[in-house]
Design a protein. Structure first.
Lengths: 295, 239, 280
């Protein structure tokens, strides 16, 4: 009946059809170009600069810088601070997530907000609060000095600052994840006779392992890279109380650009590694990571 | 003028969703596309609505080359299974949407739009709920808003994709009778997709039983029940 | 049978063990790490008389620093919201080779240590840097001026807008857009009346988060900023300077101001979230 006249045009009809939920080709091209250009200029170029400046003097110069005693001391200090802060914050993260996800109690929102606090506070303010407590004009400063305990301008201060700015990471990863997973499995384990630790180790931990790993990774990356808070507390004593980021600043301000970028390159590599592992974890274990990903 | 669908095929990759489907229905008919999931009934409905394009085949309706028109020109009201209401707009704004997006020359005056929204709210029995947001309504109420929204544009054709699928049995039954009543009042050609044969037979003038992308049989409910033409149809109906 | 004494026996919160232990440790950690030091910040400014406090806060230099930090942070947040929206749009809705890489790169400002970003940006936008040189041709200096601050803040805050909008956009159902099309809307009308309004809460939240982060940022800004009082000196730097001068009360005053701003921002965010959830 109506067949013959219209059949011939069906091919062209298919080519010009655009689903109502799709953008025009022109729009797609424009937006994609803008996105790529913006990311390229604002994000990729600075990253490239780090590496080109670091290797401007060749591999030799990079090696000498990194193995200089002050640099090695800075690296060692950063690693020490992270080695203390990350495990402590991991324990905290697990404890906080356990309490928040598996129990009901008043004031939960307030608690969660408190945990989020370091994210909304300037790192300088974070350092400042410890100065006010432990500095010579602070509450505890003079008392501790009496016992010959130095917090400021020494390792304890640096570790404290590092702990403060990184403690939310593990908790924030685990809380939505554990809330999402609910209590059923743990309750089943308990009814079967397991005690707290057994329940945690055998039931909870396997369920959260990828989220935990992810949180520890972020915590570690931030711990090694923290600048503002540590800067306020460290005293910038070359070779003694400079972490890697502070050492970068020192070298840069002393016009040793290649040196500064060499250390910076190490930190940048670490950042890229963190991103790579993050992408991999997200790709493989999408549903086992946090239910909602907010920074 | 009747709805003539002829030899529609559509493939997704290698999978043939529709394989030469077609039927004819008189103007103003209430047609049910009945079949199991995967039979292609939703795909056919979406093609009628302009949300997808077939690989080949034709549709003629109201003297128009239906498939040559983009969705926004067809005035085919579409009611989705999950309501697809605009959550950031009130009920009244949802219903008025189709009138407010018309080009200036065709857009009715504000007062006229408001009046029409009121009429439709009364038609779907949601008179006092104009200022509410969809999140404040029950499933059944939301679906009624979706229907009012589709009717607001005075559609040439009404397309409903398992509109009661997300609702519980009691609400489904009430809405069923009520939808048929609305259809009779509005007199608009309607195509209704369902996998529930009780629903199809209770509501439709014409039932098209679909299977694997083809229409196995088209007829009035009585005819189809009395004389199933293929083994599939008799099997499907006896369950 | 109800014995009065039974009601006094506390019902266990849950069958699961470890509440007291985990809660206790959590509270101890938070109290010693966060609450008590914060008290110091809040109480310290009050060592000064109200007059001195007022002078410290309203000193030209302080106001200049606060204006720069907050004003530029707002501008950076707005820029990032526009481009963040576009980037999220492209990541969620389009498919092309290398999209995964683009997605991973967005987190770079979040993962990169701020000092590294700082020296990299400073070198890049310096008068002889790759980008800085181009602008110098037109007589525009970026590094060591407030423009440098803007660039650094835009860099640091980008992930906050993209990652806030992205999941919301990914959750949007296509059927609302299809419904709008069947009702007669053009693509532009669909975008402006259906899609963007649905994204508005996420966009606003992203702006708030980006603003909060940019206002408090230190490491990535001080190298590119120039740090001239009243011109290109950010508030966190002023705090550091006052600390070096042993003006603890003055530093605390500015710190308290910034904390207050953070607090207000948190409240605004919470209000935004509850407004958004009402509309859903």
């Amino acid at each position: 009946m109506a067949r013959s006249f219209f059949n011939g045009r069906s091919g062209s009809r298919r080519r010009s059809f655009r689903s109502p939920t799709e953008d025009s080709a022109a729009l797609k091209l424009t937006l994609s170009a803008i996105a790529i250009a913006f990311v390229g200029v604002f994000l990729v170029l600075p990253l490239l600069v780090v590496f080109t400046e670091a290797f401007a003097g060749g591999w030799g110069h990079v090696w000498t810088t990194i193995t200089a005693p002050d640099s090695l001391a800075a690296i060692k200090l950063s690693l020490t601070a992270a080695a203390i802060a990350v495990p402590l914050n991991t324990v905290f993260g697990i404890a906080a997530a356990w309490a928040i996800a598996k129990f009901a109690f008043p004031g939960k929102t307030f608690l969660v907000t408190l945990i989020d606090l370091p994210f909304s506070v300037s790192p300088v303010v974070a350092g400042l609060i410890y100065v006010l407590v432990f500095g010579m004009q602070g509450w505890l400063g003079p008392t501790l000095a009496g016992y010959d305990i130095r917090v400021l301008f020494a390792l304890p201060g640096i570790v404290l600052a590092t702990i403060f700015v990184t403690f939310p990471f593990v908790a924030r990863e685990l809380i939505p994840l554990m809330v999402d997973q609910g209590r059923d499995e743990e309750e089943a384990a308990v009814s079967l006779g397991a005690n707290g630790f057994q329940t945690f180790l055998r039931v909870t931990l396997p369920n959260i392992k990828w989220g935990l790993l992810y949180g520890i990774l972020l915590c570690n990356a931030r711990a090694l890279g923290e600048f503002g808070a540590v800067s306020v507390l460290s005293g910038h004593i070359r070779g003694e109380t400079n972490t890697m980021p502070l050492h970068v600043q020192l070298l840069y301000e002393n016009y040793d650009y290649v040196g500064a970028f060499a250390i910076a390159a190490i930190l940048a590599m670490l950042a890229l590694l963190t991103l790579a592992v993050k992408s991999f974890l997200e790709w493989r274990f999408a549903d086992e990571l946090a239910a909602s990903h907010r920074h | 003028m009747s709805l003539v669908i002829d030899a529609i095929t559509k493939k997704y990759g290698r999978f043939p969703a529709l394989n030469g489907a077609g039927f004819t229905a008189p103007d103003g008919a209430f047609v049910a596309l009945l079949g199991p999931s995967g039979s292609g009934k939703t795909t056919l409905l979406r093609i009628l609505g302009g949300l997808e394009a077939p690989d080949s085949g034709t549709v003629r309706f109201a003297d128009l080359n239906w498939l040559d028109m983009p969705a926004r020109e067809r005035r085919a009201g579409f009611v989705f299974q999950q309501y697809a209401l605009f959550r950031h707009m009130t009920v009244a704004k949802n219903i008025a949407f189709g009138l407010e997006v018309r080009p200036r020359s065709e857009r009715p005056a504000r007062a006229d739009i408001a009046r029409r929204v009121e009429e439709l709210l009364e038609l779907v029995q949601l008179q006092d709920l104009g200022k509410r947001y969809p999140s404040q309504l029950s499933g059944g109420q939301r679906q009624r808003v979706a229907l009012a929204r589709a009717l607001a544009i005075e559609p040439r054709m009404l397309l409903l994709d398992e509109p009661f699928g997300a609702l519980d049995a009691k609400v489904r039954k009430e809405l069923r009778e009520w939808l048929r009543h609305i259809h009779d009042k509005a007199g608009v050609t309607s195509v209704f997709v369902t996998h529930d044969q009780e629903e199809a037979f209770a509501m439709a003038d014409l039932v098209a039983v679909m299977n694997k992308g083809r229409i196995e049989q088209v007829g009035t409910p009585a005819d189809v029940r009395r004389e199933p033409k293929t083994a599939f149809v008799s099997d499907f109906l006896s369950n | 049978m109800s014995a009065p004494g039974l009601s006094l026996i506390a019902r266990p919160r849950s069958v699961l063990p470890g509440f007291r232990l985990s809660m206790g440790f959590t509270l101890f950690y938070l109290a010693s790490l966060v609450l008590i030091p914060l008290m110091a910040l809040v109480l310290r400014p009050f060592e000064l008389s109200f007059e001195d406090l007022w002078t410290a806060v309203t000193a030209t230099r302080t106001l200049g620093a606060l204006r720069l930090s907050f004003g530029t942070a707002l501008a950076a947040a707005l820029i990032d919201s526009v481009f963040g929206l576009i980037i999220a749009w492209v990541l969620v809705r389009y498919c092309f080779f290398g999209k995964g890489l683009l997605d991973a790169l967005i987190d770079l400002p979040f993962a990169l240590p701020t000092a590294v970003a700082g020296i990299a940006l400073s070198t890049l936008y310096a008068p002889n840097g790759w980008i800085g040189a181009v602008f110098m041709e037109y007589g525009i200096r970026i590094a060591y001026t407030p423009w440098g601050v803007l660039v650094a803040m835009t860099f640091i805050a980008l992930p906050f807008t993209v990652r806030t909008i992205q999941p919301v956009m990914a959750e949007l159902r296509g059927d609302a857009e299809e419904a709008a099309a069947t009702l007669g809307a053009t693509r532009f009308q669909i975008l402006s009346r259906v899609v963007l309004p649905a994204l508005l809460p996420a966009i606003l939240t992203g702006i708030a988060l980006a603003f909060a982060r940019a206002a408090g940022e230190y490491g990535s800004i001080i190298f590119i900023a120039g740090n001239l009082p009243n011109i290109s000196e950010i508030a966190p730097l002023l705090i550091v300077i006052k600390l070096e001068q042993y003006d603890y009360a003055g530093a605390a005053a500015i710190g308290a101001m910034m904390l207050l701003a953070s607090f207000i921002m948190l409240l605004a965010l919470n209000a935004l979230q509850s407004w958004a959830s009402k509309r859903r």
